[in-house]
Design a protein around this ligand. Structure first.
Ligand code: 5AD
Ligand code: SF4
Length: 471
């Protein structure tokens, strides 16, 4: 048994890790043939991609995927800790599973992902959720086959969570959710320790994958006719810093852009690590999509300091303008938190002012959520929930206004769309433009999913655009 602990998780001492190749334990291959699994994923793209690995590992054991948890022999929850509601959703699901388990005695239940890294969650599971058969963390996902097999054969609650990241494991198998777009991890973990954020505790310190491993994965995807790859990391702009003298995200983007892949995306960027040379590379290559997610969190310098964000409103705006200037037509999206402890009306107005200046193409807005163990959790917080909700609403009105205003500029213009499918309701094709806008469009001929087509925009809405295929 291994239980997580925050003192270990947040230490910043130099850690050593090896790059190792994943190996299957052949003894358990297909041991569970005929059994079915249901996997529920919460949270970000990183978790979605982890679930693609989990699926492949379960298939190796012989499990088959089902889409209704009532049909499953194994239910696994891949969880998220970022805000309280993500927690509540996972615990709500555990409550429903508890009922099911009282009817289906042989049902196996597992929990993994970011919540598994939290000592308080693991305590609660050991105390109040004894029916959960196994728990593993974000650092030992590759050990799932053996942990699951042990939980089943020994018939006792199996908790295997490491507080610190272990080796960097390459070659973990993957069942990709799509055949035309793929996620590629480039860096794991985060060293920034923004005061509100739990990620450095749940995902460990920054560890970059070797460029050779990344480029090989990209080559394989190109061979399999993938059209779009998204480079993933909690902070992709820190790529390479931990292992190379002078090979950064800019160099990696450039090496990938020279390959025959139509679309390259990357996320998420921390403004602190964004260099001019990265911006130049993004502007130089047409297959690097003109779309940057640049979380700002707040427009108040006082709050940014309390958040530990390492930039000011002014330096953020400078970076923002530079990207807009050097990358023509670049869409910029952001994340914003309202109601950080002690945020005053004046602080909040600074955020509104920043939004008025940036006129974002997209923005994810959140109310601050206290995360156990983070420094912001201890800050005095006098702002009422009502006031926070009111601020969120005011903020949303402004961001929505600009989504529509930006989209309107595309009316009667032609954009390139990667076709993702046909919507059930409207029987229209849908896909995303280069600037990552959702486009619904009609076409008088059949289109292949994964093809890139030209669409003329006929009308703009706040969160999507309608158009027709240009034939
Ligand atoms: N409360 C609210 N929002 C948060 N985020 C991260 N931590 C918290 C928190 N404790 C938001 C940030 C981040 C996004 C992924 O989630 O805006 O960029
Ligand atoms: Fe949630 Fe963050 Fe973990 Fe992603 S990395 S699943 S957003 S807590």
């Amino acid at each position: 048994m291994n239980i997580p602990n925050y003192v270990e998780a947040k230490s910043t001492d130099k850690r050593s890790y090896k790059r190792v190749d994943f190996e299957f334990d052949k003894k358990i291959k297909n041991k569970y043939r005929g059994k079915k699994f249901f996997l529920k994923t919460y949270g970000c793209q990183m978790n979605e991609h982890d679930s693609e690995n989990i699926e492949a590992l379960l298939e190796y054991l012989g499990f088959e995927k089902v889409s209704d948890y009532y049909d499953a022999d194994l239910i696994l929850l891949n969880t998220c800790s970022i805000r309280e509601n993500a927690h509540n959703k996972a615990f709500g699901m555990l409550g429903r599973i508890k009922h099911l388990k009282s009817e289906k005695k042989n049902l196996i239940v597992g929990l993994c992902g970011c919540m598994a890294q939290e000592a308080s969650v693991v305590d609660e599971i050991m105390r109040d959720y004894r029916f959960v058969n196994f728990v593993f963390g974000t650092h030992n996902l590759h050990e799932l086959p053996n942990i699951l097999d042990k939980a089943i054969t020994e018939d006792k609650q199996e908790i295997e969570v490491f507080s610190r990241e272990g080796d960097l494991v390459e070659g973990v198998p993957v069942v990709r959710a799509n055949s035309y777009k793929a996620y590629v991890n480039i860096i794991y973990g985060c060293n920034k320790f923004c005061t509100y954020c739990i990620v450095p505790y749940t995902r460990g310190r920054e560890r970059s994958r070797l460029k050779e491993d990344i480029l090989k994965e990209v080559d394989e995807l190109i061979e399999d006719s993938y059209k779009e790859i998204t480079l993933l990391g909690q902070n992709v702009n820190a790529y390479g810093k931990d292992i190379y003298e002078d090979y950064t995200l800019g160099n990696l983007l450039e090496d990938i852009a020279k390959k025959d892949i139509p679309r390259i995306r990357f996320m998420t960027s921390h403004p602190w690590d964004f260099t001019d040379s990265m911006i130049e590379v993004i502007g130089k290559y047409p297959n690097i999509m003109p779309s940057v997610h640049l979380p700002v969190q707040s427009g108040s310098n006082r709050i940014l300091k309390l958040m530990g964000r390492r930039y000011t409103k002014e330096s953020y705006l400078e970076l923002f303008d530079k990207i807009k200037k050097i990358v023509p037509g670049c869409a910029i999206s952001t994340d914003i938190i309202v109601g950080f402890p002690g945020e005053t009306e004046e602080d909040f107005k600074e955020t509104l002012d920043l939004v008025e200046k940036c006129k974002y193409d997209n923005a994810f807005t959140f109310i601050f959520s206290k995360r156990d163990g983070t420094p912001a959790c201890k800050l005095e917080d006098k702002v009422s929930m009502e006031e926070k909700e009111e601020r969120l609403q005011r903020l949303n009105e402004v961001v929505n206004k600009y989504f529509l205003e930006n989209n309107k500029k595309l009316e009667n213009k032609e954009v390139l769309v990667l076709v993702e499918g046909v919507s059930e309701k409207k029987k229209m094709y849908f896909g995303y433009s280069e600037t990552n806008k959702l486009i619904n469009f009609s076409a008088s001929k059949n289109l292949e999913v994964g093809s890139i087509v030209k669409v003329k925009i006929t009308s703009a809405k706040t969160w999507s655009l309608d158009g027709v295929l240009v034939e």
